[in-house]
Design a protein around this ligand. Structure first.
Ligand code: SAM
Length: 232
């Protein structure tokens, strides 16, 4: 395959947090691929596509990857199989392809599922992005870890006991994919005595960002939200 496959990190939403490198790739690239919600495969439904929009600089060939936006830990393998075949076709024809990822492409990023399918068959360039973890800590002006401390990155989709043991083992934790798991995470932090100082951050880096003490957070949090807890 003579085309180059880019895993393109686009940051947490603020257009000013798209790196100069990612913007340059977007301006030149021929083909873009991105995840859309299964129930709404329109380009406008992709957050990554929206972040990329001001930088696209003209028409692109677009590949959508429709994935169910629920808490099922198994991503839509068939959708990634199909998209990877389509991407491989463009790479074979010498066209570069960028997989657009919100945040960083290698932190719960959709690019990972394309990477594992096309690795070793083409040249791959991963362009790191500002992650939502950094953006959420920045929104709260919250120092995460220092010196010999450790940070756990924990998906709220895990079973309650697993969330508890992972958070208990670290000085600080970032809980991703909160959504409808809010009550479960609150219970865990309460039992661990970590509610005080725990912070809920919704849509970090966007104008509608919300930063609240976890105790005041909504029970049904949106998809783009996170909980940060540090030792008090
Ligand atoms: C599939 S992961 C993608 C993470 C992304 N690759 C990154 O580097 O930040 C989606 C989860 O990231 C978190 N997230 C992404 N963007 C966010 C934002 N702007 N504010 C708060 N949380 C965000 C949420 O926990 C969300 O459920």
């Amino acid at each position: 395959m003579s085309g180059v496959l880019y895993g393109l990190g686009l940051g947490p939403g603020d257009p000013d947090l798209v790196t100069i490198k990612a913007a340059a790739v977007l301006a030149d690239i021929t083909v873009i691929a991105y995840v859309t919600p299964l129930k709404n495969a329109a380009a406008g439904a992709s957050f990554a596509r929206a972040i990329a929009a001001p930088h696209l600089g003209g028409e692109k060939i677009e590949i959508t990857i429709p994935i169910a936006m629920n808490e099922n830990p198994a991503p839509g393998q068939l959708a990634y199989d199909q998209a990877s075949r389509e991407i491989a076709g463009h790479l074979d024809a010498g066209r570069d392809v960028a997989v657009l990822c919100e945040g960083d492409p290698l932190l719960y990023g959709s690019f990972m599922y394309v990477l594992e399918r096309l690795n070793e068959s083409c040249k791959i360039v991963t362009v790191p992005g500002v992650s939502s973890l950094g953006a959420a800590a920045a929104a709260a002006n919250l120092p995460l870890v220092s010196r010999h401390q450790s940070l756990a990155v924990v998906p709220a989709t895990l079973p309650e006991a697993e969330i508890k043991s992972r958070i208990a083992a670290a000085n600080a934790a970032a809980v991703f994919k909160v959504g409808r798991n809010m009550a479960k995470v609150k219970r865990v932090l309460d039992v661990l005595g970590r509610m005080d100082g725990a912070i809920y951050i919704e849509r970090a880096s966007l104008p509608e960002v919300r930063v609240l003490p976890l105790a005041d957070a909504p029970d049904d949090a949106p998809y783009f939200s996170m909980i940060l807890t540090t030792e008090t």
